[in-house]
Write a protein that binds this ligand. Structure first.
Ligand SMILES: CC(=O)[C@@H](O)[C@H](O)COP(=O)(O)O
Ligand SMILES: NCC(=O)COP(=O)(O)O
Length: 239
């Protein structure tokens, strides 16, 4: 089964645009769970333009499904994660000024750094995942860091899907086979949507979880949050 973790960053973007508490990030997280999401993902960024560090502390008190905190492992992120102890910490190599995530880790160049941080997080009982491109040697490098899982950066797949989906998925299938053979769990995310999700799910062996934010929240504007979550779950559980 592939779990759906809803990324609620964009709910916080909307809230922050007016300075009040509408929409209420905590309420939306609870509603996502009530509507069937199996996890909640947040990606606090240093400028707190959407999810604030305080949101993460507050969410921890109410989220009952799998809580996944994504981010670059700077001191502030690591302190937050150690305090919150989410089910999963997903390490992403974004620069502080990144508009959105735009690359996976170079797991070879960063092996030492990742190894040290992952060992510490695992000591605290937090499952680790690292964001990687679908490149076999980067997956092999990921295995050497000791991480429990990888998260495939799926932007290239999402971009290529409309043009030639077989070509777009090919590197992910190869990289997933390497991950499976090395005992790494596989998550995926970035720009996944109702069009491209099913094909990804049916082609990636052992896909454990997808985290989806931008497209899902956009769909919810037209379809409603409950209906939208049900539609995404249907794509993940079609067989
Ligand atoms: C790692 C990843 O792909 C997502 O976390 C994505 O970066 C969402 O972040 P934003 O909502 O800031 O674009
Ligand atoms: N890890 C990916 C994520 O949480 C959401 O990415 P997106 O659906 O907002 O592109």
């Amino acid at each position: 089964m592939t779990k759906l973790s809803v990324n609620i960053n964009k709910i916080a973007t909307l809230r922050n645009s007016r300075g009040g508490n509408n929409p209420d990030v905590l309420k939306v997280a609870l509603d996502c769970e009530r509507f069937g999401a199996q996890g909640i993902t947040v990606h606090p960024r240093p400028d707190e333009r959407h999810i604030r560090y305080q949101d993460v502390l507050d969410l921890k008190k109410v989220v009952t499904t799998e809580f996944n905190i994504e981010g670059y492992p700077d001191q502030r992120y690591l302190e937050l994660v150690s305090r919150v102890k989410p089910a999963q910490a997903t390490l992403v190599p974004d620069k502080p000024e990144a508009i959105t995530s735009n690359a996976g880790w170079d797991t070879l160049a960063n092996e030492g750094l990742l190894k040290e941080i992952i060992a510490e997080l695992k000591k605290q009982g937090i499952r680790t995942s690292i964001f990687v491109d679908p490149v076999e040697k980067m997956v092999e490098g990921a295995a050497k860091t000791g991480t429990d899982r990888i998260e495939f950066y799926t932007e290239s797949y999402a971009k290529g899907y409309q043009k030639n989906r077989e070509q777009a998925i090919a590197p992910f299938i190869k990289a997933a086979k390497v991950a499976n053979s090395l005992g790494l769990g596989i998550n995926a995310g970035h720009d996944l949507d109702l069009d491209n999700l099913r094909y990804l799910q049916e082609n990636i062996p052992g896909l454990l979880e997808v985290s989806i934010g931008h497209a899902l929240i956009c769909d919810a504007l037209y379809l409603g949050l409950e209906n939208t979550i049900q539609l995404y779950l249907k794509e993940l559980n079609f067989h």
